[in-house]
Design a protein around this ligand. Structure first.
Ligand code: HEM
Length: 561
C-alpha cells in the first residue's frame, strides 16, 4: 500500500531527490567552470582583457558599464591596441590601431574577411543572414545586392531626386519650427538689446535638434526609397502642439505611424539579436516573450513592405508614375535587369534576373537600417562641435552663402554640393572622427590567418575599434581637438578614419550620406545661428549599434541679413 507521503509528494520531488539533483547540478557547474578556465588559461594567443565568467563571458561587466563605447575606451587604455572580450562564449579580438586592420579592409575579391559575423540563430530568424547586405552570409547574393544598391545610390537619377527632395523636407521642418515659434529673430533681438546679443532664450524656444534630425532623416530616406511619406516630422510637431495643422490626412498619419513603430521595434530586434545571448533569449520567460513580440513585428513589417513592393512593381510594369519623375530606390531596383534599366550580373549566372520581391525587401530594409540613426546622429555631432568652435561656423558660411545667393527656392546644384563644399565636408569628417556614428565594426576570418603577429583560426571574430583608432595618438596629433583642416590635407594615415568602414564591405550609402548631410547643414548654416541651450551641456549619447545622439538641446536664431 502507498504511504500518504508518497501520494502527496511524488518520488520525483522527494527531498533526497531534490538534494541529489542540486548536488549534481553544482557538480556539473563546478566541472564546467574548471573546464572553462583550464581552456581559457591555455587558449591560443592569450591577449590581455578582463577575466570572463563561465557562460556569460564579460557580458555582466558590460551590463554594469552600460555603454560599450565608454567601456571599450577604459579597456583599451588598460590593455593596449590588441585585446579581447568574451560576449557569452564567443571570443572577440579587438583591434585598436589602424595598421592592425590592414588585411580586414583588403579590397581583393580573394579577401579572407568577406563575412561580418558568424552564424547566429537570432539573426537568422529575422532573415538577416541570407537577405540584404549588412550581415548576409550568402556571398554571391551579398555581392549582387551590394552591386544593385551601389548602382542605384550612385546613379544620376537618384542623386537628382535627392537634390530635389531634401530641400522640400528641410522646408517642412522649418515650417514646423515656425509654428512652434522656436525660431528667434536675431534682428529683433539686436534691435531690442544691442548690448546683450546672447540674452538667454526662454525654455519654450529650446529644441532637441536630435529629435528633428532623426525625424527628418527618417522621412527623407522613406521618401527617397519609396516615394511615400513617413510623416515623422509632422508627428513630432503634433507631439509638441497637438492642434497644429499638418498637410497629411489622418489615414496617412496612422499608416505612417504604424510603419514607424514597426520600424523602431525592428531596430530593437536587431540590437537584441546581436547583443543578447541565446541562453537569455531562449532560456528566460522575458527573453521568450520579447522574441515572440519581435518575430510578430518582423512578419508584419515584412508584409507591409511586400505590399508596397508589389504595388510599385505593378505601377512600374504599367508605366504609372514613370521613373523619370519618381527615381526612388525601390523603382530603380525594380527596373534593373529589365528592358527599362541597367544590367547587373548575378555572380557567374548567365541570366541576369531582375530582383525578386523578397530580395528587394531585404535591400530596402537595410537601406533604412544603415541610413537613419547614423546620418541623424552625425549631423547632431557637427552642430555640437561647430557651436563650440564659432570660427568654424564662419568658414562654413564663407563656402555656403555664395551657393544660396540669388537662389530663393534654396535648391542647390548637385555639382556645387559635390565640388564646392570641401570645407563643410572636412567638418563632417572631423566630427565623425570624434563621434563615429558606427564606433564598432566587425569581420570574421574565413580561413586561418595571421593578424598582429598571431596566428588565428578560421571563424575568429575581430572587432574593429573605430572610436579607438580614430582617436589614437599614433595617427592623430592632439586627437581630442576639433580641427577640420586635418581633412583638407592628404596626409592621413591609411585606415585611421573609418567612418564608412573600408574594403569589400565599405558602406554603400557613403556618397548619399555625405550628399544629404551637406545639403541639410549648408541650408541650416545659411539661414540660422544655432547655439547650444546650455554651453556646458554635451550631446547625450548611447551606444545602440550606432553612437546614437539622444539629446542635443539648441536655440535657433534667424540670421540677420
Ligand atoms: C553618416 C551615415 C552613415 C555612416 C556613418 C555609415 C557607416 C557604415 C559603416 C561603418 C559600415 C560598415 C562598413 C564596413 O564594414 O567596412 C556601413 C555599412 C553599410 N551601410 Fe552605412 N553608413 C551611413 C549611411 C548609410 C546609408 C545612408 C545607407 C543606405 C542608404 C547605408 C547602408 C549601409 C549598408 C547596406 C552597409 C553594409 C555593407 C556591407 O556589409 O557590404 N549606410 N555603414
Amino acid at each position: 500500500m502507498l504511504s500518504v507521503d508518497a501520494l502527496t509528494f511524488p518520488a520525483f520531488f522527494s527531498t533526497s531527490t531534490l538534494l541529489n539533483t542540486l548536488a549534481l547540478s553544482i557538480l556539473v557547474f563546478v566541472l564546467y567552470t574548471i573546464k572553462f578556465y583550464v581552456s581559457y588559461f591555455n587558449r591560443d594567443n592569450a591577449l590581455p582583457g578582463p577575466l570572463p565568467l563561465p557562460i556569460v563571458g564579460n557580458l555582466l561587466q558590460y551590463a554594469m558599464y552600460g555603454d560599450m563605447v565608454v567601456w571599450a575606451h577604459t579597456l583599451r587604455k588598460k590593455y593596449g591596441d590588441m585585446w579581447e572580450l568574451y560576449m557569452g562564449s564567443e571570443r572577440h579580438v579587438w583591434l585598436s590601431r589602424a595598421d592592425l586592420v590592414d588585411k580586414l579592409f583588403s579590397s581583393s575579391t580573394k579577401s579572407n574577411y568577406k563575412h561580418r559575423t558568424n552564424w547566429k540563430r537570432a539573426l537568422a530568424e529575422i532573415k538577416m543572414l541570407d537577405h540584404g547586405v549588412v550581415l548576409n552570409r550568402d556571398l554571391d547574393l551579398w555581392a549582387f545586392n551590394r552591386r544593385m544598391m551601389r548602382l542605384v545610390m550612385t546613379s544620376k537619377e537618384f542623386n537628382n531626386y535627392v537634390i530635389k527632395t531634401v530641400p522640400k523636407m528641410i522646408n517642412e521642418m522649418e515650417t514646423y519650427w515656425t509654428k512652434l515659434r522656436c525660431i528667434e529673430d536675431a534682428r529683433q533681438n539686436d534691435l531690442k538689446d544691442n548690448t546683450n546679443k546672447h540674452a538667454t532664450v526662454s525654455n519654450d524656444k529650446i529644441i532637441n535638434i536630435s529629435d528633428w534630425f532623426h525625424a527628418l532623416t527618417l522621412d527623407d530616406i522613406l521618401y527617397l526609397s519609396t516615394s511615400r511619406s513617413g510623416c515623422a516630422l509632422a508627428s513630432l510637431l503634433l507631439s509638441h502642439s497637438p492642434n497644429s495643422e499638418i498637410p497629411y490626412s489622418p489615414e496617412t498619419m496612422n499608416y505612417a505611424k504604424e510603419f514607424r513603430d514597426r520600424w523602431t521595434t525592428f531596430m530593437e530586434t536587431l540590437r537584441t539579436a546581436i547583443f543578447m545571448p541565446d541562453f537569455i533569449r531562449l532560456g528566460t520567460p522575458n527573453g521568450l516573450m520579447k522574441r515572440r513580440k519581435y518575430l510578430k513585428n518582423f512578419h508584419c513589417l515584412t508584409n507591409n513592405l511586400s505590399t508596397i513592393i508589389r504595388e510599385t512593381r505593378a505601377e512600374v510594369e504599367n508605366g504609372v508614375n514613370d521613373s523619370k519623375n519618381n527615381c526612388d530606390i525601390l523603382r530603380l531596383l525594380l527596373v534593373a535587369n529589365t528592358h527599362r534599366g541597367p544590367t547587373v550580373k548575378r555572380g557567374s549566372d548567365e541570366i541576369d534576373m531582375p530582383m525578386s520581391d523578397d530580395e528587394v525587401r531585404g535591400v530596402l530594409l537595410e537601406t533604412w537600417v544603415g541610413a537613419v540613426e547614423t546620418s541623424a546622429s552625425l549631423m547632431c555631432y557637427v552642430v555640437y562641435l561647430v557651436c563650440r568652435n564659432p570660427e568654424v561656423k564662419e568658414k562654413i558660411r564663407e563656402e555656403v552663402d555664395p551657393l544660396f545667393k540669388d537662389n530663393p527656392n534654396g535648391i542647390l546644384q548637385l555639382d556645387d554640393v559635390n565640388k564646392k563644399l570641401d570645407y563643410l565636408e572636412a567638418v563632417i569628417k572631423e566630427a565623425s572622427r570624434l563621434y563615429p556614428p558606427s564606433p564598432i565594426n566587425q569581420r570574421v576570418a574565413t580561413q586561418d590567418d595571421e593578424i598582429g603577429g598571431y596566428k588565428w583560426k578560421a571563424g575568429t571574430q575581430f572587432i574593429l575599434d573605430v572610436y579607438g583608432i580614430q582617436n589614437h595618438r599614433a595617427h592623430w596629433s592632439n586627437p581630442e581637438e576639433f580641427k577640420p583642416e586635418r581633412f583638407l590635407s592628404k596626409d592621413i594615415v591609411p585606415y585611421s578614419i573609418q567612418t564608412f568602414g573600408g574594403g569589400l564591405r565599405l558602406c554603400p550609402g557613403k556618397q548619399y550620406a555625405m550628399l544629404f548631410s551637406k545639403i541639410v547643414l549648408a541650408s541650416l548654416y545659411n539661414r540660422y545661428d544655432i547655439e547650444l541651450a546650455n554651453e556646458n551641456e554635451k550631446p547625450k549619447t548611447a551606444y545602440k549599434l550606432t553612437l546614437y545622439c539622444d539629446r542635443l538641446r539648441v536655440k535657433l536664431k534667424k540670421r540677420s541679413e
